[in-house]
Ligand binder design. Sequence first.
Ligand code: GLY
Length: 370
Amino acid sequence: MLNRYEEAARKAIDKFRRSAAMAAEMGLIPYKSEGGRWVPSPCDGNGWWTGGFWPGLMWQLWAMTKDDAFLREARRTEALLTEELRVFRRLNHDVGFMYLLSCGADWKLTGDEQARMDALHAASLLMGRFNPAGFIRAWNGDDQQGLAIIDCMMNLSLLYWATKQTGDPRFARVADIHAATAMREFLRENGSVSHIIEFDPVTGARVRELGGQGYALGTSWSRGQAWGLYGFTLAALNTGSPDCLAAAERIAAYFIANIRPDGLTDCDFCQPRDEERLDNIAGAVAACGLIELGGLTGRERYRAAALRLIDGLLDRCADWTEASCGVLTRCTASYHDDGAGRHTNITYGDYFLVEALAKLCGTDPMLWTA
Ligand code: GLY
């Protein structure tokens, strides 16, 4: 008999087999599901930072089933993403998310040599964003030269991957320097993390913190906490660094203390108490990080917290009906509406939900490490 996670994985396979066919027919990279149809990213076309999660989801499902319909859909959207390497101007630090889960996954699962080259190309672009003052630059605007964000901890995996692939230590060295800066400047005393820090792009001196996608300046945007938790865990997995592991455990303790009794995740852990604003993506990302952290440390409490999160999502926010294309509901892009989605299905929530299920079912190909 299947356990509840295997059963959920089975339902995800069935639902995404149908909705992958719809994505191919519509000729887009799904961003979110609305009114029973896929909707593309709100801006920057296929260069938007979320483009890798759909092919990553397809690769996770292919690893579970070996059904070539998933491989074909992963490759169809991987081709759209590699066109963006040539466009170039829309790419930013999120090339880690975009290309590790598409080209890197293709290489890892099938050994495709062109996919490996494309992932190395992306890693070179990410390394090129490094400011020797001590951080990886997040975005491209003239007024954004000094901005770095906690989300980038996830993108460092592409750099560690590139060093393992090539033997060239520069990629990993850049990642290590950025991680040390993030540990020093983003990690707060209570174990929470800031979303955005501005540095002087010449000296590297800290200028100020910005509120980013959270409720307000100095609060704790939950997805940022999840990126920090999983990002430092991945840095520890990739390098064996005890400092990264300690940072991950501090963020994990803060996150776990803020899990709601129903297992769902508020959009910001400091939002007004009478407000029902959720971001279930944060819960799915954190669950993945906690499962890995449990494996790294041998501490059962991390896996137990991950199961609380996944059980909350499966009990209350998983839509298995044919009325929609995606699964995870009540995902929110930013606390203050930015038009990218509020309390809706968003594809990267589905990616991390399925990655967590894959970990619990023993099929996760671990796309974040070489
Ligand atoms: N990297 C941006 C976000 O998590 O919305």
